[in-house]
Design a protein around this ligand. Structure first.
Ligand code: PXL
Length: 273
């Protein structure tokens, strides 16, 4: 068998299987990429909200990463929930050592339920410690506001935020996701790179079942970069992937249910187009 491409996630857990490490592994697999996973925090949560968070000791993360990197190098790395500055520093060490491995950062701050997934003072550390190494960062509007300090209320401020990510923070690419702008009937995302701006638009589906969208979107970008795709191609696929996964949500749980990580794989909705 041909050796597969490998994507590694560094993230928190979600026992519903919709978000975090679980979403990442499913999404890697659905993209035909072999998934590896290291855990930062164990989160007791369901579709109704987050009940408990247990951040692992930093050393436990170092040990997991050391086990992976001592054995087999991934072709791309993704980070999701990282609760503390110390964990960010550990991850930074690997990004410095392996600058050619594409790195996708989902700057996770809040769960869909509104619960905080990060120490308050760790928010500013993301931008000093990890965002400068990003091949692609994937903030939603509230995260982009927190990171840039801007109030984002129109397209001009999205462009200004993109410029800050690329020219001041030093990320190679950033997708500012417009999904939170609920007054619009399209979900429009903006990809900024050093020389270009691309926009991606899909219809907005009326559903409350969007748990895990951010994790899934960034995991698909990671998988595509692992395959050697360009940033543009990776984001384009992630947009198509996430739209189908929201359209064909499996309706699980009593609250905000998870997306369908296998809708794209099964080409649900694509065959009859
Ligand atoms: O999508 C943000 C996120 C990241 N990581 C974990 C989560 C969530 C959202 O629920 O649970 C573990």
């Amino acid at each position: 068998m041909k050796k597969p491409k490998i994507a590694l996630t560094i993230a928190g857990t979600d026992p519903t299987g919709g978000a975090g490490v679980m979403a990442d592994l499913k999404s890697f697999h659905a993209c035909g990429v072999y998934g590896m996973a290291t855990v930062t925090s164990i989160v007791a949560q369901n579709t109704k909200g987050v009940q408990h968070i247990h951040n692992l000791e930093t050393q436990w993360l170092s040990e997991q990463l050391s086990s992976v990197f001592d054995d087999e190098l991934p072709h791309a790395i993704k980070t999701g929930m990282i609760a503390s500055k110390d964990m960010m520093k550990v991850i930074q060490g690997y990004l410095e050592k392996y600058p050619n491995i594409p790195y996708v950062i989902d700057p996770v701050m809040l769960a869909k339920s509104g619960d905080s997934l990060m120490d308050d003072d760790a928010k500013k550390d993301l931008q000093n410690i990890l965002l400068p190494f990003a091949t692609v960062a994937t903030p939603n509007l509230p995260e982009a506001e927190e990171i840039t300090g801007l109030t984002i209320e129109d397209e001009a401020s999205i462009y200004k935020a993109g410029e800050i990510f690329i020219n001041e923070i030093g990320s190679k690419g950033v997708v500012i996701k417009g999904g939170h702008a609920e007054d619009l009937d399209v979900a429009k995302d903006y990809l900024f790179t050093k020389d270009n701006v691309y926009t991606f638009e899909d219809p907005r589906y009326e559903t409350k079942h969007t748990h895990g969208t951010g994790c899934t979107f960034s995991a698909v970008i990671t998988a595509e970069l692992a395959k050697g795709k360009s940033i543009y191609e990776a984001v384009k696929k992630a947009k198509a992937f996430i739209s189908l996964s929201i359209k064909y949500t499996p309706e699980i749980g009593q609250g905000r249910g998870p997306v369908n990580h296998f809708a794209y794989l099964k080409k649900v909705g694509l065959d009859d187009e």
